[in-house]
Design a protein around this ligand. Structure first.
Ligand code: LMR
Length: 396
C-alpha cells in the first residue's frame, strides 16, 4: 500500500515551527505561528487557568463520556461571551452550542454539516485569509471561493470592493467573516461596516459563518464582539466558531465551539440534531478538560475578573510591540511606511514583505515568518526587536 506514497509538503504555519525548533542559531526568532509569547519569549499557563485546574483536580469526579455537544453549561457560557448575557438570541433560545476540539474543530464540524445538509453551498473566504481555512473546507468537501478584503495600496480594508463582492454571492452560499483581529491582516471592519455587511448578506440570503478566534485581543471581550452583535441585528441565522486557544492560552487543550443561531428555537434544535450526527461520526464527543477550565473561570466572578486582566495584559503587550516595531524601523532609516501596523489589531500584521524577503529573513537571520508576509507581533520582545528591525531593514 505505502510504496507509492510521496512526502506531503510541510504545513505553511505549523511546519515553520517544526523548522524553527531544528534551527541551531541561538538568536533565532519565531514570528510564524499565532501563539502569544510574553516579554521573555515564553507562553506561560495563565494564573486563572492554573487555579481552575487546581480546583478541578480535587472536585472533578468522573471521566465518563461527555454528551455529543459537550457540557451544556459550557455551551451557555460560550454564547454569553459571544452575544452578551442579555442578548435576545439567548432569551429566545435561538442559539445552541457544541463544544468542539479547538476553533479548527468547530470549523470542520461546520464544514461537514454544510457539505452533508447543504451540498450545493460554496463557502466564500476573505482574500487573504488564514492559511488553514481553505484546507479545512476543501477537506470537508465544500467548494471554496474568495471575496475582496485587503487593499494592497493602503494595507487597509477595501470596504467598497468587499461589499461589492459580498453582494454578488449567490443565495444559499456561506460567507466566512473574522469577528475581530483578522488573520492574517489584523484589519477589521468598523461596527458600522459590520451592519452594512449584515444588510448585504441578509438581502442576498447568504449564511454568515463567523470565526471568533481572538476575542479580547483587539480592544476587549465585549468590544471585540460588537461587530458580530451588529451583524446579528441584520441576520437571523448564522454560525459562530469560537476558540479559547489564544484568550485562555489553552492551545494544546483544543478548546473551541460551534454555535448555531436559528430564526426560532425549534429551527436551531433541528439543526443541532444534525450537527450531533456529524460529530458522532467524527470524534464522537469532545475532550472535557479545556472546556471544564473555561467553565470554572467564567462562572467564578473573581476568577473571571482576573482572567480579563490577563487578557488585557497580553493585548497591551502586543500593541506596545506594534508601536516599538514601527518606531525602531523608522529610527533605522527604513523608508517604507509601516505605520498601518499600529492600527492593525490582534496577533498579526501583514508586513508586505515578499516571498524573497521572507526567505532571506529565514536563511540569513533565522527569523521565521509565514510565506505570505504575515508577522506574529506577539513573538516580538524588547530583547529581539533590535535584531529583528536590523534584519528587516537589510532585506528591504
Ligand atoms: C495561526 O494562524 O498561526 C494560528 O491560528 C495557529 C494555527 O493553527 O495555524
Amino acid at each position: 500500500m505505502f510504496e507509492s506514497i510521496q512526502t506531503a509538503p510541510p504545513d505553511p504555519i505549523l511546519g515553520l515551527t517544526e523548522a524553527f525548533k531544528q534551527d541551531s542559531n541561538p538568536d533565532k526568532i519565531n514570528l510564524s505561528v499565532g501563539v502569544y509569547q510574553d516579554g521573555n519569549g515564553k507562553t506561560p499557563i495563565l494564573a486563572t487557568v492554573k487555579e481552575a485546574e487546581r480546583r478541578l483536580l480535587t472536585e472533578e469526579n468522573s471521566k465518563s463520556y461527555m454528551p455529543i455537544p459537550g457540557d451544556p453549561t459550557y455551551g451557555r457560557l460560550v454564547r454569553e461571551l459571544v452575544f452578551g448575557k442579555d442578548h435576545p438570541i439567548l432569551s429566545g433560545g435561538r442559539g445552541a452550542t457544541a463544544h468542539c476540539p479547538g476553533g479548527t474543530g468547530g470549523l470542520r464540524v461546520a464544514g461537514d454539516y454544510l457539505h452533508k445538509l447543504h451540498p450545493d453551498a460554496a463557502i466564500w473566504l476573505s482574500d487573504p485569509t488564514w492559511a488553514n481555512h481553505p484546507a479545512v473546507f476543501t477537506a470537508a468537501g465544500v467548494e471554496v471561493k474568495t471575496y475582496a478584503y485587503r487593499d494592497p495600496a493602503t494595507n487597509g480594508l477595501d470596504f467598497g470592493a468587499m461589499l461589492d463582492s459580498l453582494g454578488r454571492i449567490p443565495a444559499g452560499d456561506v460567507a466566512l467573516l473574522h469577528a475581530s483581529c483578522h488573520n492574517p491582516t489584523g484589519i477589521d471592519p468598523s461596527v458600522e461596516q459590520w451592519s452594512q455587511i449584515g444588510e448585504v448578506l441578509a438581502e442576498r440570503g447568504v449564511l454568515p459563518l463567523v470565526d471568533f478566534a481572538y476575542q479580547g485581543f483587539a480592544d476587549g471581550i465585549d468590544q471585540d464582539a460588537a461587530g458580530l452583535r451588529a451583524l446579528c441585528e441584520k441576520v437571523d441565522q448564522l454560525l459562530v466558531c469560537s476558540s479559547f486557544s489564544k484568550n485562555f492560552s489553552l492551545y494544546r487543550e483544543r478548546t473551541g465551539a460551534l454555535t448555531l443561531v436559528g430564526a426560532t428555537a425549534e429551527q436551531v434544535g433541528k439543526v443541532m440534531s444534525q450537527v450531533k450526527v456529524v460529530i458522532r461520526a467524527n470524534y464522537s464527543n469532545p475532550p472535557a478538560h479545556g472546556a471544564a477550565i473555561v467553565a470554572v473561570v467564567l462562572q467564578d466572578e473573581a476568577l473571571r475578573a482576573d482572567w480579563e486582566v490577563e487578557v488585557a495584559e497580553m493585548r497591551d503587550r502586543i500593541n506596545g510591540m506594534r508601536r516599538l516595531f514601527v518606531d525602531r524601523l523608522a529610527a533605522k532609516g527604513v523608508e517604507r511606511d509601516f505605520s498601518s501596523i499600529i492600527e492593525q489589531r490582534g496577533m498579526f500584521s501583514f508586513s508586505g514583505l515578499d516571498k524573497d524577503q521572507v526567505a532571506a529573513l529565514r536563511e540569513k537571520y533565522a527569523i521565521y515568518i509565514v510565506g505570505s508576509g504575515r508577522i506574529n507581533v506577539a513573538g516580538m520582545t524588547e530583547a529581539n526587536i533590535e535584531r529583528l528591525c536590523d534584519a528587516v531593514a537589510s532585506v528591504l
